[in-house]
Write a protein that binds this ligand. Structure first.
Ligand code: NDP
Length: 334
């Protein structure tokens, strides 16, 4: 079986030379194990942080060992009563085409309810992140105005649509191309959206708020940090909340970026900026799975996926996250 390994710690934006493809023999199955043939791999921005050898919420990747990421696949051989041959499973041990895993490390997913790839996106970790960020971190209330950056990505596209389901009155998004902006407003029901390349983010956000009735935003769901965070603070209402989910503009920085110059507004506007990591909020998964599959099934939440083809394209798919090559969730089909 083939796997992709990290061979050195990237400096700045990773390059293909930081990785290598290795062929390995799979071991025979021990008790309560499964052999999984992966069908779809996920690439996720947080994986950049794990490539550094620094202390964080997730362990650094070991060098010359497989890159561990979310995946779905089909069980080809099993010594587990709970996970039969033919089951579709999700797990967190991929950037490999096939592997032997303990049955306890995989979760059987319901492919009657949704296609397997959905469990890597809207019904998986990114979807739960959107839900947790809106409900618990931002404490979204009925009738509020939400602004989300990275709005055409996996988390962001869920944020805008979930916000509506959770009672938001207005949803505004920013993304990196005219095609993405059109998707947000024409298909996903965002009230306004802008391409952040078209000018200063603070002006573009002000215009978008004005087009949707004026006023300020109550919630900013931050996926990107940087200039977006600075602009959002400027246009948040009194008692506004920032759900600080990610800051992809900074992930390849080798020196810390300067802080937002609008930080001084936090006190007079009584703003809250709250960071979170989805895995600390697994207690909301029950509520999430009671709501989100229905929203997807009845079409009130729509999704897109962008596929790269083949294990050899996995690194390119990952790098594509930093150039905005994905509309919706970025995936690799094996
Ligand atoms: P996305 O599907 O949103 O892919 C990343 C997107 O980021 C790209 O498509 C690109 O879109 C955008 N982007 C890249 N560079 C920049 C830039 N310089 N400025 C603005 N936008 C940029 O990824 P995810 O949905 O998986 O993740 C979104 C965010 O959520 C990330 O920050 C991630 O780390 C975070 N996250 C946090 C979790 C948590 O527990 N806190 C869990 C999961 C994700 P565009 O074309 O619009 O630029």
């Amino acid at each position: 079986a083939r796997q992709i390994q990290l061979v050195r710690r990237p400096a700045g934006l990773p390059t293909t030379d930081d990785f290598r493809m290795v062929d390995v023999d799979l071991p025979d199955l021990g008790p309560d194990q499964v052999r999984v043939r992966n069908t779809v791999l996920s690439v996720d921005p947080y994986m950049r942080g794990r490539m550094n050898d620094t202390e964080s919420y997730a362990e650094p990747y070991a060098l010359e060992a497989p890159m561990l990421g979310a995946a779905v696949g089909v069980v080809e051989e099993s010594t587990s009563d709970r996970v039969p041959v033919g089951a579709t499973v999700s797990h967190g041990a991929a950037w490999r085409d096939a592997e032997v895993l303990d049955a306890g490390a995989v979760r059987v997913v319901d492919v009657e309810r949704a296609p397997a790839s959905a469990y890597l996106g809207v019904l998986g970790m990114p979807g739960l992140t959107a839900y947790v960020g809106l409900r618990r971190i931002a404490a979204l209330a009925e009738g509020e105005t939400v602004f989300v950056s990275g709005a055409a990505g996996a988390v962001g596209s869920a944020v805008g649509q979930f916000a509506r389901q959770l009672g938001a009155a207005r949803v505004i998004g920013s993304a990196g191309s005219p095609e993405k902006v059109a998707w947000l407003t024409e298909e996903l029901g965002f009230d306004a959206a802008f391409d952040y390349h078209d000018g200063k983010v603070s002006h573009l956000l002000r215009d978008a708020l004005d087009r949707t009735g004026g006023g300020r935003a109550d919630v900013y769901f931050d996926n990107v940090g940087g200039e977006h965070l600075e602009a959002a603070l400027l246009h948040l209402a009194e008692f506004g909340r920032v759900a600080a989910c990610g800051a992809i503009t900074t992930y390849n920085d080798q020196q810390p970026a300067p802080g937002p110059r609008t930080i001084g507004l936090v006190v007079p506007r009584k703003l809250t900026i709250r960071g979170f990591i989805v895995s600390d909020h697994a207690d909301l998964a029950g509520d999430f799975y009671a709501s989100a599959p229905g929203w997807v099934a009845d079409g009130s939440v729509r999704t897109r996926e962008t596929y790269f083809e083949g294990l050899e394209q996995t690194v390119d798919a990952f790098l594509g996250l930093f150039s905005g090559a994905n509309l919706g969730k970025m995936l690799v089909r094996l």
